[in-house]
Ligand binder design. Sequence first.
Ligand code: HEM
Length: 512
Amino acid sequence: MLKKPDPMVVATKLLARKKFKDTGKQFNMIAASWIQFMIHDWIDHMEETQQIELVAPKQVANQCPLKSFKFYKTKEVPTGFWEIKSGTLNIRTPWCAIYGSNEKRLHKVRTFNDGKLRISEDGLLLLDQDGTAVSGDVRNSWAGVSIMQALFIKEHNAVCDTLKREYRNLGDEELYRHARLVTSAVIAKVHTIDWTVELLKTDTLLAGMRANWYGLLGKSFKDKFGHVGGAILGGVVGLKKPENHGVPYSLTEEFVSVYRMHSLLPDHLQLRDISAAPGSHKSPPSAEKIPLPSLIGRVGEKTSSGIGFIKLMVSMGHQASGALEPWNYPMWLRDLVAQDVEGMDRPDHVDLAALEVYRDRERNVARYNEFRRGLLMIPISKWEDLTDDQEVIEALQEVYGDEVEELDLLVGLMAEKKITGFAISETAFIIFLVMATRRLESDRFFTSNFNEETYTKKGFEWVKTTESLKDVLDRHYPEMTAKWMNSASAFSVWDSPPPSPNLIPLLFRVPK
Ligand code: HEM
């Protein structure tokens, strides 16, 4: 079952990019980088030392950049539960993307002075002697993720300054710990009420995600009276105690699978000339194009230093990300130098598209139809139930015949007809919704300890008054956002118009 149909065939016939498709104005390269920044905060599977090899079958070999490739098997461990007997291990710890998942890395990123983290004078990440970035997580990273990390290191350091001014008796360790709490809460909040809302641009979702954080009673009520009522009225954040639903906290394999979004990545980063005057809707003129592979890892850090933080951010803000559709998986990821946990290049190149198909199967993630049944969604009985695109239907037929039960999850998620306003499939959305809520409600720092005593009065105020990535950018780069950002959200393409005001209160709007 692991090789049926062959992952290299699936990757070649249904995933590999033919012509780049973008998301229009909805989602930009900052949004694509943000979600990778989050993945680097949440998950990375532990591997075995034993390698596996995939070989391209004859029928597709001449279309595969790699005729064969080797990678490490996912490590399987006994869970100790009676129902699900084995599972996998996560080598990342929660809220680690700028702090690191172990003591060694944490030591590397801290200054041990006033609670602060290390950052370069030019606002980018510092580089080690070997050229790797000094940051919480550097594996399989690129300039987009590095500038997110650099921005939130600045945020952390700014929280330290504020807390030090307010509470003179706090030492390095206390300042560091409180600033880490505040910064992590800001990251979680941006993800919940800003990024997710832009990905699924509908009023219903906006209302739903804001209700997760603020409850149906809304922000003004919560700011004034604190958390009142249960999760529905007052929101998940600030609940009196964490809720684990009787299962120890974990991220599910399904959660990992729906975030397989490598098609968000384009082939080039279109740099902008920020020395020119802004054009219409604050758009900067185009300058040179940089191939994405030259922005990865150590080479990427070097390229970024030559470009600079503001030019990188403005360029990413003005460029649309790739669409999550069939035939939009970057070809350059089909011949990729993968890295180890220290960010060092591995000798074996991988075909990431084929590897992802294999990984879901290896980790026992259900195929598309079974996955939907598990979510109480209607399965498909023919390809026409999945998509109206005749060309895609023909390709599905060629790879899977009439065996709709064999459809791989990743292919199904890309091919599924999208709800208007959604950049992702409805199938993925259900997982998002369940897990986004779980991540908040099972964390004591968002429930029983979401208060002034734990965060400090100033720190708590910082979280309450930061609503979006734009707020964070405005705080550290006010001139950049004023000059180059026309959009309301930092995650939509920056020359798009802010939405026209809607006088109907959010909860009373009729879904389109
Ligand atoms: C230059 C950019 C990127 C590179 C070089 C890269 C590379 C990789 C590599 C080598 C793996 C491990 C594959 C394996 O052994 O199973 C991986 C896993 C993954 N990537 Fe990316 N990736 C990039 C961007 C992204 C983006 C934009 C997303 C969007 C959400 C993403 C989501 C994931 C997920 C969910 C996994 C699975 C993690 C796990 O198995 O624990 N990546 N990526």
